[in-house]
Design a protein around this ligand. Sequence first.
Ligand code: SF4
Ligand SMILES: [Mg+2]
Length: 405
Amino acid sequence: MPFCKGCGHTHVLRKLNEAMLQLQLTPSDIALVTDIGCIGLADMMFVPVHTVHTTHGRSTAFATGIQIADAVLAQSALKTIVLIGDGGAMIGLQHLVNAALLNVDVTVLLCNNFLFGMTGGQNSAFSPNDFITPTTPNGNIIPPIDMCRMMEASGAEFSVRALATQKGLSDTIARAIMHPGFSLVEIVELCTEHATERNDLSGSKLAQVIESQGQRLGDIVIRQTRKSFGTMYAAKNPRKPVPPSLTEKTIVPSFQSTLNEQVGIVLAGSAGERVQSSAKKLCDAAIVSGVYCTQKNDNPVTQGSGFSLSEVILSNEEIFYTAIDVADVAIVVSQDGLTEVKENGLLERMTSSSLLMLDANLAVPETVAMVEQYPYRKEFGGDKAALAAVKAYVRKTGILPEGAL
Ligand code: SF4
Ligand SMILES: [Mg+2]
């Protein structure tokens, strides 16, 4: 375990593992979604299941999306489990409320050790009264959140508070996982690194702390009156069968490529001048020639102004890394495009064997790449310059038959 000696997270992960084994779930039917914080180190302990390590406080939102996608688009076989700390739960409170309101079939294991452990023990919204932390050196004066009751008020039908060390925790977790709808298990535990240093606290005193703040351990609510969001959504929006015409649409290569090795082509110009659609045509030509390709587009948020850029990789092998670090060729047909490839460092990373195909009205930038200029814009107009340059590249290299393009 990657945690400090005596850390409550160790117990929680052991019990979660036991619960998974007890339920005999197929590992590929489990999605474990972890939050930031020490508990987020859990992913690496659960190798056979799907894991997603997310941003701070947002794990419940990611899990909600995963679960709804599975319920609506797939077989609804996935068990989605969130591991979040009290710090994350405080930051992402609305996501928990939303998940409970939706009654999405997600299980949240909230590991409450009363503080932000990973960042030095600062107080959280779960810190007990008088709790001493680096940020509450004279003792906390804000009443701690009662998450179990807050979830109940948000419509949750499974809300339980337990101690990390208590007997039967794995059964509680297993029951939560099998509950058909949102479930929360708040697991009260000890951060041995920060909580015990400044407070008179030990594992055996945790139950007392909970009681002293007017909260209680055990089942806060367990009932089953609501259907889960996924079930209701799927019932209201039945999936239409995919028309045979779509399932049968397969591209059969009808041209032959002469591509020897993978090439990375960057096409850069101005928004609205068909840069990305010209790149798409190059990809289409590659596909009908039996070549693997990827296309990655970029443009400013303004969409209709500024640069427009596409990165296209063509390869005889499957492509698993879709970015172009060093372009074999950069086709630049406008000043917007040139400014962008300068600013994003692409030009600087080109080597002496790279080729820069530049519109003739652009000033040649400082580069070690070979430069070729042609008046694409003047000859073909702004909106056809990119496609004309692509065509020139295909003709020059012969990597794909012109007919395919
Ligand atoms: S800092 Fe606290 S929460 Fe983090 S691993 Fe150590 S004991 Fe556990
Ligand atoms: Mg914590």
